[in-house]
Ligand binder design. Structure first.
Ligand code: PPE
Length: 309
């Protein structure tokens, strides 16, 4: 996904020019993958640009930091305010993607992270559909990866930590080189975990299933939680249940969720057509409601929006 640069990036307390937002080559997190980060989206609404579930995303950043014993030198409230200011300073009125990161900086080397300085930065830029407009409209093709999702006793799958994304990148490249749009990762026990940067849902017999994040090693997605609320409010039963790969092949419908990806239908898994090979009615209903909710068009979900001005 190419960048459209914006004007300013917030770095350790200051707004700096986009091109000047640089770090030293001996930054600890560059060598050891020891950072934690978030992905957040802001959308245009009739009352101005609003950030979707900002407070929850910042809370998850602090949870990830806690797991990695990274002591963020700001409060969650401060980072919420700074994020709003950043969107305003860059005049990103049409919406944007926001990337906060807390990382271990320059000053110490070696595997002990504890003496390292903690740096925090937040960038925001306009970002189109993550898996393509065509995928959002007509569905994408998935491949079960030969790479396994992490065991939660090998790395903390409950944290959104930078180094852990090697696993996702390997799976993504494998899938793309084989001609698919995205990969599904299986947990060490063989159950379905998630995609490289998205949670998974299937629809079967009118009920909706998504793997429990704790057992499957998937990230507890904020979009996953939002979609669960939306689906429940639409009258569907949403079940947190372990899935195996054939559940994906035989589902009536399937879709994935994530901040960057949003809600994307799945039309094929491992060359098996899912349902009729087009986005199903329940998927479309949930997708439409999600797109309306993030743009402030659904009253009952207005609490999810945090306005910038
Ligand atoms: N699983 C993983 C592994 C993951 O990275 C994400 C977000 C999700 C599930 C969905 O979580 P949520 O965004 O809270 O619904 N992935 C972020 C990073 C994508 C990237 O390219 O980097 C995102 O969507 O912002």
């Amino acid at each position: 996904m190419p960048f459209t640069a914006s004007e300013k990036i917030w770095m350790d307390g200051e707004f700096v020019d986009w091109d000047k937002a640089q770090i030293h080559v001996l930054t600890h997190s560059l060598h050891y993958g020891s950072g934690v980060f978030e992905g957040i989206r802001a959308y245009p609404t009739s009352a101005g640009v609003a950030i979707f579930r900002l407070t929850e995303h910042i809370a998850r950043l602090f949870t990830s930091a806690k797991v990695l014993m990274i002591d963020i030198p700001y409060s969650p409230e401060q980072l919420v305010e700074v994020t709003k200011e950043l969107v305003a300073v860059n005049a990103l009125d049409e919406g944007c993607y926001i990337r906060p990161i807390a990382y271990l900086g320059y000053g110490e080397m070696g595997l002990n992270p504890l003496p390292c300085p903690v740096n925090v930065s937040i960038a925001a830029w306009p970002w189109g559909t993550y898996l393509g407009d065509e995928g959002v409209a007509n569905g994408i093709r998935l491949k079960v990866s030969s790479w396994q999702r992490h065991d939660s006793n090998a790395v903390p799958t409950a944290a959104k930590a930078t180094g852990m994304y090697i696993n996702s990148s390997l799976a993504k490249v494998e899938a793309l080189k084989a001609g698919y749009d995205e990969a599904v990762l299986l947990a060490p026990d063989g159950r379905v975990s998630e995609c490289t940067g998205e949670n998974l849902f299937i629809v079967r017999g009118g009920r909706i299933f998504t793997p429990p994040t704790s057992e499957s090693g998937a990230l507890a997605g904020i979009t996953q939680a939002s979609v669960t609320t939306i689906a429940t409010d639409l009258g569907y039963e949403v079940v947190n249940e372990a899935l195996i790969r054939t559940d994906l092949y035989t589902a009536d419908e399937a879709f994935l969720t994530g901040t960057a990806a949003e809600v994307v239908p799945i039309r094929e898994v491992d060359d098996r057509t899912v349902g009729v090979g087009r986005p199903g009615p329940i998927t479309k209903q949930i997708q439409q409601t999600y797109f309306a909710a993030v743009r402030g068009e659904v009253d009952r979900y207005k609490d999810w929006l945090e306005h910038v001005r």
